[in-house]
Design a protein. Structure first.
Length: 255
């Protein structure tokens, strides 16, 4: 591993810190939503009429829309911070290895790039709120039709909260990782920089990632990362200082 590759990998590790900080901020918003919902349900211990049932569902939908709006606001601010941070880091790294780049107009382009395995950030946020809505709607419907107390729905909220928060944590992680990688990709494309594929080579390296290691691509032809869940690969700007990355077969032969 070259010293420049090591610096790049250390930077990828730092991204985990951003993801954890974002998760804490997001989960606070979701927890506040649950607490408000529980308070509302406690004020309606039994759903006696169809009108009351519909009113609760309408309130749930409205509160989820407000929650989505707040979450998207946090993610928009986070994206601006990510792009600004990554632009500065990329500029410094490329200067260190002797490449000059420009980073103008990156933010507006990154905003429209896919996040994780979904098409965009609003879709990712809406998926979580839809899951919450579906679980709670089913539970409230049972409360109404089977004449059961809403305390059962409150119990379901408490039971499912950890599961919902795991979804939020995954969203935060995918948002951070994708945003950093998307920023890199836009900068490389704008500057027409060739890239060298760098996988972390150890006993956990898969064949797919290993087969790309050490290969050089144009910024347009380079594989889109991550290749799969928990992919640890990266694409480095290619020049004389980063070219000494072995192929997978060379690495295997040296072990």
């Amino acid at each position: 591993m070259t010293k420049h590759t090591k610096v790049w990998i250390e930077h990828l590790v730092d991204i985990e810190y951003y993801g954890n900080a974002l998760y804490q901020e997001l989960v606070e918003l979701y927890d506040n939503f649950y607490e408000v919902l529980i308070t509302i349900l406690k004020s309606h211990p039994h759903i006696k009429t169809k009108r009351e049932f519909k009113k609760l569902l309408s309130r749930l939908k409205e509160d989820l829309e407000v929650l989505d709006s707040r979450v998207l606001g946090v993610l928009d601010q986070e994206l601006e911070t990510i792009v600004e941070t990554e632009e500065k880091w990329l500029t410094a790294f490329c200067k260190r290895i002797g490449i000059s780049i420009t980073t103008s107009g990156v933010l507006s382009k990154v905003k429209f790039m896919p996040i994780g395995n979904v098409s965009d950030t609003p879709t990712m946020v809406k998926t979580i709120s839809n899951n919450i809505h579906n679980v709670l709607e089913r539970s409230l419907r049972i409360n109404y039709i089977a004449v059961k107390p809403t305390s059962e729905t409150i119990e379901k909220i408490e039971q499912r909260r950890d599961r919902f928060n795991k979804d939020v944590k995954q969203m935060a992680s995918e948002f951070e990782t994708s945003s950093f990688r998307n920023t890199d990709r836009i900068v490389f494309l704008q500057n027409d920089i060739d890239l060298i594929y760098s996988a972390i080579l150890d006993g956990n390296t898969c064949i797919e990632c290993g087969s790309h290691n050490g290969k050089v691509y144009t910024s347009l032809e380079a594989p889109v990362l991550p290749l799969h869940n928990r992919c640890r690969c990266s694409l480095l700007p290619y020049n004389d200082k980063t070219k000494n990355i072995p192929t997978f077969s060379e690495w295997l032969a040296s072990e």
